[in-house]
Write a protein that binds this ligand. Structure first.
Ligand code: PEP
Ligand code: MN
Length: 263
């Protein structure tokens, strides 16, 4: 089902104002974690003004340490939904298990399967039975074949609205959080009909690298970007060092339009 051979025409997934996989570059932006109404509203308004059409925000955070902030869960989803309504932005949040999928489905337009759950096959099947568009991130050490098979699980269970997202893979390099595999963009375009996004924030772990990798991703043919933006990155409860502030995001968005029109 994922294969380009089976489906020559590229898939476009329409979510509110965002045609993901269509002509325009899609910008999905917002904080790593939902922390408060004011924080999400401020990020959302600024990102929307800069051209974002989808608002991201984590309510269930799969953190490396059990002592790190784990997310606001249902309260966070209420905030995300409220801000989505107020700004007209579509919304996306990560789900980490069956229960969070059921809960989040009542609040958001798109669900995200994170890198750590890319091969949680029961979760993939459950998402496959839901009607929501799903962003499927590439696993930390997943091959492109394994990633596409994970997408196949979702599609084989009945949900054809799958959006792939490359977010960097584990290598020996330590200057970056992960290593962005940009070759995934043309490969995914060749192998599948599904939209492909790049997440330069988790790929690099460093706000100062996000701009260059975003421009490279658009030049390589990505359908859009998923970028962490926080109104005050120094105070972020999660992933502050890789988050752009709203001014940096607005500046980058302008540059991206120029890259997009040049390719
Ligand atoms: C996220 O997008 O907040 C996230 C946790 O990403 P990843 O699953 O790519 O690490
Ligand atoms: Mn994050």
């Amino acid at each position: 089902l994922v294969s380009r051979e089976a489906h020559a025409q590229s898939t476009v997934i329409q979510v509110k104002d965002a045609a993901i996989g269509g002509q325009d570059i899609i910008l999905i932006a917002g904080p790593c974690a939902i922390e408060s109404y004011d924080q999400v509203l401020s990020a959302a308004q600024r990102c929307r003004a800069a051209g974002a059409t989808v608002l991201r925000g984590g309510a269930y955070k799969p953190r490396t340490s059990p002592y790190s902030f784990q997310g606001m869960e249902k309260k966070g989803l209420e905030i995300l939904q409220q801000v989505g309504k107020e700004t007209g932005l579509a919304t996306v949040t990560e789900v980490i298990d069956y229960e969070s999928l059921q809960e989040a489905s009542n609040y958001v337009d798109i669900v995200q399967i994170g890198a750590r759950n890319m091969q949680n096959f029961r979760l993939l099947q459950a998402v496959g039975q839901s009607k929501k568009p799903v962003i499927l991130k590439r696993g930390l050490s997943a091959t492109i074949e394994e990633w596409l098979m994970a997408a196949e699980y979702i599609m084989a269970s009945g949900n054809l609205q799958v959006i792939l997202c490359e977010r960097g893979i584990r290598t020996f390099e330590t200057y970056t959080r992960n290593t962005l595999d940009l070759s995934a963009v043309p490969l995914i375009k060749e192998l599948t009909h599904l939209p492909i996004l790049i997440d330069p924030s988790h790929a690099t772990g460093s706000a100062r690298l996000v701009g260059s990798m975003s421009k490279a991703a658009i030049a390589a043919g990505a359908d859009g970007l998923l970028i962490e933006v926080h109104p005050n990155p120094c105070k972020a409860l999660c992933d502050g060092p890789q988050s752009l502030d709203p001014d940096a995001f607005a500046y980058l968005s302008k540059q991206l339009q120029r890259v997009a029109s040049a390719v």
